[in-house]
Design a protein around this ligand. Structure first.
Ligand code: ADP
Ligand code: MG
Length: 246
């Protein structure tokens, strides 16, 4: 335990919660501890990631043990791979669903996440898609693509717009992991009483199965995220890397 804390300190990781999984010593821990296929670890290394970043060490371990987290680490610290790699392993084989949903504030960001997911999923059969603009005529196609995807990336707006189309019949029931990326931005300026994002999130969560887990990622600690996560995430682990700004 003490040694574990020392290791976290050395890497600037702060983790708060009960029974926190040990941080990864290196990427091969993924195989040793969590049975992550060697091919997936090889892809990670081939991406040029020789060592996990601090947030990856702690967040990957938590997600691979089905722990809900709020992970706060500076911009550019590899938060995307921190959630993509555990998803790729946990989802296993291609089944559609979708079984993982990634929410982020902008389309640009959705595409960045998509590119990272494509690179990292090279050794898997999993399908990743971004929810795109909807043209009436394409609604049925969207529906089929959505169902065949294992991982869906979207802004809350796009996803809710799609969910609310009359002719669309899509389900989030198989969603196991809901990732909220740039949570600080999404919750920004959304008051407790009335806010589009909070309503959208509620709508999305209601449609997910009862066993769904949530992981939130952001660059800054903000009170709305802290309050919301305390209220909604059971067994929460708070992971913080570097300074606690904001
Ligand atoms: P964040 O979401 O924390 O702002 P990103 O996930 O966008 O950061 O990653 C920033 C950059 O770091 C990307 O170019 C990504 O490919 C790279 N990266 C991610 N993980 C590692 C790693 N373990 N080693 C080296 N580079 C990495
Ligand atoms: Mg990011």
């Amino acid at each position: 335990q003490e040694e574990e804390n020392r290791f976290r300190n050395e890497h600037g990781i702060k983790a708060v919660g009960r029974h926190i999984p040990p941080a990864l010593k290196d990427f091969s821990d993924l195989t040793v501890r969590y049975n992550v296929p060697q091919a997936l670890v090889d892809t990670v290394t081939q991406c040029g990631y020789s060592e996990p970043t601090p947030v990856q060490r702690q967040a990957m371990a938590c997600m691979l043990e089905d722990r809900q987290i709020v992970a706060c680490a500076p911009t550019g610290s590899g938060k995307t791979a921190a959630f993509i790699v555990p998803l790729l392993h946990t989802l296993g084989t291609h089944q559609g669903g979708p079984r993982a949903l990634i929410l982020c504030p902008t389309r640009e960001l959705a595409h960045q996440i998509y590119r990272e997911a494509l690179r990292l999923s090279a050794s898997t059969q999993l399908r990743v898609t971004v929810v795109k603009n909807l043209k009436e005529s394409k609604v049925k196609e969207r529906e089929a693509t959505f169902r065949k995807s294992d991982i869906v990336i979207s802004t809350p707006n796009r996803l809710c717009y799609l969910l609310n189309q009359d002719q669309v019949n899509i389900s989030l029931e198989k969603v196991r992991w809901l990732i909220i990326d740039e949570a600080d931005k999404l919750f920004e300026g959304s008051s407790e009483q009335e806010s589009d994002f909070r309503q959208q999130l509620e709508q999305i969560m209601c449609r997910c199965g009862p066993k769904r887990l949530i992981a939130m990622f952001s660059a800054t600690h903000t009170p709305p995220v802290a309050r919301w996560s305390r209220r909604h995430l059971r067994g929460l682990v708070n992971v913080t890397v570097g300074h606690r700004n904001a």
